[in-house]
Design a protein around this ligand. Structure first.
Ligand code: ME8
Length: 523
């Protein structure tokens, strides 16, 4: 298949609230989404990868007020920090949207008009509970009275009583339609536990949703209704179609980019994406995204991260301590995507030293050094593979299909597991074959073993690019693989004998504990 024939792939992250500094949850979501976007690009799909920031709403307004600045100043101060985080983590997004941009304003006003035209918007009095932290309305039955007399919503955040005249969206009208849609599209909400939560929430009955505020001036105005500001979630969700070209629905961009193949979001915002968003789109008569994937939360040793607890891990500290590809690998390998996970220094070091430095790093280093030394720095000519070579060649050739399946299920951990199983088997192969001993006894066989090992390293490095872009590139540089031979279609063509390799250098340094390093230096 040529590049043009493969379907377009649109993938998005949630847009972050820039009311504070980016934290590990933001980094995790960006890295996972980036790995999937890179995978699809390498597999020949035209990709549109969108991320950005959610700059409106009460939360931004209140944080700004606390700091004595305007919401615009707050956004202008913090949004660049999110952009810096993306650059630091080697994120390959195609667009970064800010909800304060004029293109978005136009798009939100248009989706509003479409929902209004469908007869789905009406004015009425709202009375109920609102959580500023979640920017969400909750039914009384979803709240509980905390021990200190503070009422809490289902995510454990404080709620406050609100009464005002607002516009409502007829969400109740979409209850049956949504249930039918989930039934007919079982892959719409993933993983399955998220799907079950959503389905039971909708089956429990949907109330109409308040979608404007008169007590807030920081947001996009309701068209032709002075004093009303559009609810921040109507605004935020619409970012996905704004960046896809809405309201220009006759444009090539729109046709290519929408519907999105997958929205990658955290589990706490599944309801907005899997209930409200498809209902808004149905009302506006626009196509629905193909999937909403609600990933788990990363915790710092099991505790929920929060500024008040003081255990927020800044992505830049992690990258400084361990290296960018190491952090990316750890995030995606350690925690099955969809489940919650913990960050610990011990596990991080273990992954860096065992998986990267020992397993892949040593395999590459040992085989390439032997080629440099014994084959005049060129990939040797292999003979026909024998019964020892065949299984690892077959296993490494099967990786692409296995990884495709994993990525189509948003399971980068499965892709990495499969790759590292091949790396482990190849290490065993290398040890058993003892190419260093073959040098004198059977140089032709030595050449075959070294070629086979280098070929597996090449396949692994090509497939590792989505997760560890710069380390994989360095491995491929050393193997003498040209830039245009790094896409997945190059997996179909074997490594050419005679290819000049570069001087082998360790790509994955071991992590040495500072204390241990100091002691070693002193002795
Ligand atoms: O929710 N681990 O923004 P946000 C993993 N603006 N993921 C986490 C996390 C953690 N500890 N903490 C947060 C918003 N996230 C809205 C989104 S989309 C139209 C609007 C995830 O800055 C969270 O689940 O609070 C969400 O997907 C993303 O980070 C941004 O969170």
């Amino acid at each position: 298949m040529t590049e043009q024939q493969k379907p377009h792939y649109t993938i998005t992250t949630a847009i972050s609230y820039p009311n504070g500094e980016p934290h590990i949850g933001h980094a995790y979501e960006a890295v996972a989404t980036d790995a999937m976007a890179r995978f699809k690009r390498l597999d020949g799909h035209p990709v549109f990868f969108l991320t950005g920031v959610d700059e409106h709403g009460l939360k931004m307004k209140q944080t700004a007020a606390k700091e004595g600045i305007t919401p615009t100043e707050l956004a202008d101060r913090n949004t660049p920090k999110f952009q810096d985080m993306l650059a630091l983590l080697d994120i390959s997004h195609d667009d970064f949207i800010r909800t304060t941009e004029p293109r978005h304003h136009e798009s939100v006003a248009e989706i509003w008009r479409r929902m209004e035209k469908a007869g789905d918007i009406y004015l009425a009095g709202y009375k109920g509970w609102y959580s500023v932290r979640d920017e969400a309305f909750y039914a009384e039955s979803e709240t509980v009275l905390g021990g200190n007399g503070i009422r809490l919503g289902p995510q454990g955040t404080p709620v406050e009583w609100t009464e005002e005249q607002t516009y409502f969206f007829r969400l109740s009208k979409y209850e049956k339609k949504l249930l039918k849609f989930y039934e007919e599209n079982p892959g719409f909400i993933m993983p399955p536990e998220r799907r079950n939560e959503v389905v039971s929430f909708v089956k429990g009955g949907l109330q109409d949703l308040s979608i404007s505020r008169t007590t807030l001036d920081w947001g996009i105005p309701v068209p032709d209704a002075p004093g009303h500001i559009i609810y921040v979630w109507v605004d935020a969700l619409t970012n996905y179609i704004t960046a896809a070209g809405f309201p220009k629905i006759r444009s090539k961009t729109w046709k290519e980019r929408w519907p999105a193949q997958v929205h990658i979001i955290g589990k706490d915002i599944t309801r907005f994406h899997a209930v409200y968003w498809p209902a808004f789109l149905m009302s506006a008569k626009l196509p629905l995204p193909e999937r909403v994937f609600g990933h788990g939360f990363l915790y710092n040793r099991g505790e929920k991260m929060s500024k008040s607890v003081g255990n927020v891990v800044a992505p830049k500290d992690l990258v400084e301590a361990y290296g960018v590809d190491q952090v990316r690998y750890y995030f995606l390998r350690e925690v099955p995507f969809g489940q919650d996970g913990n960050i610990t220094h011990e596990q991080m070091v273990n992954r860096i030293n065992a998986d990267l430095a020992n397993d892949l790093g040593n395999l590459a280093q040992r085989s390439l050094s032997m080629i440099a030394k014994n084959c005049a720095g060129s990939i040797p000519e292999p003979s026909e593979p024998d019964a020892a070579d065949e299984p690892i060649l077959a296993a490494s050739a099967a990786l692409l299909e296995a990884n495709r399946e994993a990525i189509d299920q948003q399971a980068p951990h499965k892709a990495l597991d499969a790759i590292w199983k091949v790396v482990a088997d190849t290490n065993k192969y290398f040890a058993v074959q003892e190419p260093w001993a073959l040098k004198k006894t059977n140089p032709a066989r030595m050449g075959t073993v070294l070629w086979t090992t280098a070929e597996v390293v090449r396949r692994v490095a090509i497939l590792a690019q989505p997760y560890m872009p710069s380390s994989s590139a360095r491995l491929l540089d050393q193997l003498g693989v040209a830039a245009e031979d790094r896409g997945f279609e190059a997996l179909a063509h074997p490594l050419k004998a005679g290819t000049k390799i570069a001087t082998p250098q360790g790509v994955f340094p071991r992590y040495v504990e500072e204390e241990a390093a100091k002691a070693a230096a002193a002795s």
